[in-house]
Write a protein that binds this ligand. Structure first.
Ligand code: HEM
Length: 452
């Protein structure tokens, strides 16, 4: 419907406290607050959080409007400024024409055929990791959250830098992980000391950045000198040429994109894997079906051939359903450049639009019995196929759709199928796990499981 002056209505304001608005409710219990908003509002709700006006869209078609149809009206929200300190001006944090050029350059490295070359690395790193897990004292519970963080970090380092990490993987991944941790911490902290102050965190961050930069610039220099094509991600980014201008990325740009891919690519996957194991410990029937599939498709070879993983249909459904219930990127924010009209409502210029996959994925209007874990929702011909495409968006949507979505959807079934093929997994009694929405949707405590 065309918006006319007469049809404009104020977006319903969710009641809050004087001055503080809805800030305290969001700080105390963000997910419960979101569910309340979903129950009480139909389309868009106006919130006051941290002194800013924020507009949460509740319908898939409006999420599509913000992320895709009218995406040019929206830019990165102020939340991304902190990340820039650590990630530089990479794909996640940049905007406008600069982002468009970088995305054009990086996109080919993530094409399906290019990723196929990385599958072997994913399989071999998973096999090494499983061998190590088997050395653990399995009479005790295993910290599954940490174990998946370790393996996804190795996979992303190896797929980015290939054999250049030989002998350096531990130091590099520790420094990258520490940078990632400090970025998260600074983003969530209400008090941010200037970076030049010699606080312990600032000193640590400077040291980690120097270590990461010296590694990445060293590899870039060597590769430029050798002038050989290599098929890891860095090799693909190094040789990427802009179709329109013929330009390539500068060293600084390659550094920023590498750190961004590392950061965006490993924690999301690790958190999702830990949630998946948690769900499986609660649903032994699903676990049994999954195990049967992985054993029959993969056989007992330590490193099954890459082709085999394409036949793991139920495994992929389990991953998709886990991403529905616990989407690691649980909320996305955008700042409106100009007033935007959604039906009778206006999102004013300068304010923030919020799109929340966590809520959209649990909307009972689209997902009957939304809290139930049921991978058959994603079966071929199943209910998901009849839904609006933005009713399910764990990887976002529009031009800023996660560039690593195919990477993740290849990596997670590999990890999951090889893990459940090799181990029996049981819950640890009396653990109460609830989601804790930080930058990613983490469990409130590390997920532990009994492996045998
Ligand atoms: C389960 C795993 C993953 C999830 C749930 C996820 C989710 C997302 C989402 C929702 C966005 C869009 C954010 C926004 O629009 O504000 C995004 C962007 C991004 N993701 Fe992922 N991601 C995952 C894995 C990966 C992997 C494996 C990589 C790289 C290897 C990666 C690299 C990126 C990058 C570089 C961006 C920024 C893209 C741009 O703005 O052009 N992600 N991710």
């Amino acid at each position: 419907m065309e918006t006319t002056a007469a049809s404009i209505q104020a977006v319903p304001l969710h009641p809050g406290l004087p001055f503080l608005g809805n800030t305290l409710a969001f700080l105390r219990n963000p997910l419960a607050t979101l569910h309340t908003l979903q129950r009480n509002h139909d389309r868009i709700v106006h919130l006051r959080i941290g002194g800013r006006n924020q507009y949460l869209v509740l319908q898939p078609e409006d999420a599509k409007h913000v992320l895709q149809e009218n995406h040019r009206n929206y830019g990165r929200s102020p939340a991304f400024e902190v990340l820039k300190i650590f990630l530089g001006n990479g794909l996640l944090t940049s905007d406008g024409d600069f982002w468009r050029r970088q995305r054009r350059l990086a996109q080919p490295a993530f094409h399906r055929q290019k990723l196929a070359a990385l599958t072997q690395t994913m399989i071999s790193e998973t096999a090494i990791w499983l061998d190590e897990l088997k050395q653990y004292d399995l009479d005790k519970s295993v910290n599954v959250s940490q174990a998946f963080m370790d393996v996804t970090m190795r996979i992303v380092c190896k797929t980015l830098f290939g054999s250049d990490t030989t002998g350096k993987l531990d130091g590099l991944s520790t420094a990258l992980d520490s940078l990632n941790y400090l970025a998260n911490k600074r983003m969530l902290s209400p008090i941010r000391f200037p970076l030049r102050w010699p606080t312990p965190n600032n000193l640590r961050s400077k040291r980690d950045r120097m270590q990461v930069d010296s590694f990445i610039y060293g590899v870039i220099n060597q590769r430029r000198e050798k002038n050989e094509q290599s098929d890891d991600l860095l090799g693909m980014l190094l040789s990427a040429e802009d179709e329109e201008t013929g330009e390539r990325m500068s060293d600084q740009q390659l550094r920023d994109e590498s750190v961004t891919i590392f950061s965006a690519g490993h924690e999301t996957t690790a958190v999702s894997m830990a949630w998946t194991i948690y769900l499986l410990t609660q649903h032994p029937d699903v676990l049994a079906r999954l195990k049967t599939e992985s054993q029959s498709v993969l056989g007992d070879e330590r490193m099954p051939p890459p082709d085999a993983f394409r036949r793991l249909t139920y495994t992929l459904q389990v991953v998709q359903e886990s991403l529905r219930l616990y989407p690691p990127a649980w909320i996305m924010s955008r700042r409106a450049h100009n007033d935007d009209h959604i039906g009778p409502y206006t999102i004013p210029a300068g304010d923030t639009a919020l799109v929340c996959p966590y809520l959209l994925h649990r909307d009972p209007a689209n997902w009957p019995d939304p809290d139930r874990f049921d991978p058959d929702r994603f079966a071929p011909g199943g209910p998901k196929e009849n839904l609006h495409s933005y009713a399910y968006l764990p990887f976002g949507g529009g031009p800023r759709l996660c560039i690593g979505n195919q990477f993740a959807l290849m990596e997670m079934p590999i990890l999951l199928a090889m893990f459940v093929r090799d181990f029996d997994v049981k819950a640890v009694a009396n653990e109460r796990i609830i989601p804790k929405p930080l930058i990613t949707l983490r469990p409130n405590q590390p997920i532990r499981a009994l492996l045998s």
